[in-house]
Design a protein around this ligand. Structure first.
Ligand code: FAD
Length: 413
């Protein structure tokens, strides 16, 4: 039956219309390549992950969406604050005090609206955008174009072909799962329970807000506290999968129990009400052992995901997408879409990701304290703030680790 369908030919087919997929599709389409962007859900669709990193700025500029963002009513993100297990508030990292340029500030976004803006932008740049359309199967061919079998919302199936296939399916990791490429991170078997609250305490009365990260007692878990527009607060609990989801009863009871164990959160949520239901995500941290093959490449969460603590997910989705797009465009122009060409950005990318990964390891090492470390090494304060902004790909971004790596090792002895 499928063979009777007329294939539709593209240079590049992107599976997944999240931030990564829409970014690849926009850039590849803008270069004049026939580009397909396929999203399973109807846009706009809900997604967790509202706190951006300022370093997204340069990619937004390249995508041409800065004006839309400036005019948006998303809450500005001006910095990050950590709150200790006793409720002690550490000095916030105010990004603009560190660097007054516009690129040091960003937003807390409603992901449905934000992701749709990027999806529409890809279409405006010339991509064929199909939402409510699922990729059912991909046949990777040794010669010529790959074949994608897609299903529309009315159940009709179509066959499409593309010289390059991009897996941007997020945690679904469509190709990575089929090709058995995922590597689990045993140190990060985490789960998250989150919801949206009305009436939660804000940091200030205007729209310039911090993302707050609050530890629970004994640092067993932590909460994110992300201010959104219309008096909504995204509040999420993160802890070991084993502790949060195995045999501890309903997620509402687990969330409530941990909320009581988080002195920093008590007053912040005192007057608040949960909107709707709590939600769960688990085992979201992994990497992949191969990131590109002949005519295919992974980007965003399909490539890998570290942990939500520093809000690096969307930035890394955009960064990997931008780097992959440049390789795809060059490969298509040269008529060479082998793995070496499509994946040539991945070593540089992984070097930057490693810095976030080390910061995550430090955060989860209970014996280690960033506050103590910076007291001992005030010269690294700037480097640390730069990393929280997302500047992991700049020259010298790794300087802090000359002292942080040994300090971390000492704390474990
Ligand atoms: C608990 C938690 C909290 C987080 N908090 C933050 C945060 O505060 N800040 C931040 O920056 N990041 C955060 N993240 C990470 C962030 O949400 C992701 O990194 C980001 O969404 C990745 O973008 P993406 O485009 O790779 O994937 P996604 O945004 O997941 O998009 C993938 C898309 O692919 C589609 N798809 C899947 N399968 C198919 C198919 N077969 N056919 C067609 N389409 C398909 C899906 O419907 C989806 O829309 C968080 C993650 C978690 C788990």
């Amino acid at each position: 039956m499928i063979n009777e369908l007329q294939p539709t030919e593209f240079d590049c087919a992107v599976i997944g219309g999240g931030p990564a997929g829409s970014t690849v599709a926009a850039l590849v389409a803008a270069s004049g390549m026939r580009t397909l962007l396929i999203e399973r859900d109807r846009m706009p669709r809900f997604h967790v992950g509202e706190s951006l990193m300022p370093e997204t700025y340069w990619i937004f500029k390249r995508l041409g969406v800065m004006d839309q963002l400036r005019k948006s009513t998303f809450v500005h993100k001006v910095g990050v604050q950590f709150v200790g297990p006793s409720g002690r508030q550490f000095q916030p990292f105010h990004f603009k005090q560190h660097d007054p340029r516009e690129c040091s500030q960003t937003w807390h976004v409603d992901r449905d609206v934000f992701d749709k803006m990027l999806f529409d932008n890809a279409v405006a740049k010339g991509a064929t955008g199909l939402d409510d359309t699922r990729v059912l199967d991909v046949a990777l061919r040794k010669e010529g174009s790959h074949e994608l079998r897609v299903q529309h919302s009315n159940s009709r199936e179509d066959l499409m072909t593309a010289r390059v296939v991009v897996d941007a399916t997020g945690q679904q990791a469509f190709l990575a799962n089929r090709l058995n490429l995922k590597i689990d991170n045993p140190k990060l078997h985490k789960a998250a329970i989150w919801g949206y609250f009305r009436g939660a305490q804000r940091n200030s009365s205007d729209d310039a807000e911090l993302t707050t990260i609050l530890h629970t007692e004994e640092k067993r878990c932590w909460f994110w506290y992300i201010p959104l527009r219309d008096d909504r607060m995204s509040v999420g609990l993160v802890g070991d999968h084993q502790d949060l989801l195995r045999g501890n009863g309903p997620i509402e009871a687990v969330f409530e129990d941990q909320r009581k164990r988080c002195p920093g959160l008590l007053s912040r949520l005192e007057q608040s009400q949960l909107i709707g239901k709590l939600q769960v995500a688990k085992d979201f941290s992994y990497t992949t052992k191969q990131h590109a093959g002949d005519g295919w490449v992974l980007v965003g969460d399909a490539f890998g995901f570290i942990d939500p603590v520093y809000s690096s997910g969307v930035f890394l989705a955009l960064k990997s997408a931008e780097l992959a797009a440049d390789s795809i465009i060059a490969g298509l122009r040269q008529g060479d879409t082998r793995a070496e060409v499509l994946g040539r950005w991945t070593a540089e990318y992984n070097a930057g990701v490693l810095l976030f990964r080390k910061m995550v390891d430090a955060f989860y090492t209970n014996e280690f304290s960033f506050a103590e470390f910076i007291k001992e090494h005030p010269e690294h304060q700037r480097n640390l703030t730069d990393l929280l902004i997302g500047r992991a790909f700049a020259t010298g971004a790794d300087q802090i680790f000359q002292d942080l790596d040994p300090a971390l090792e000492r704390s474990l002895r």
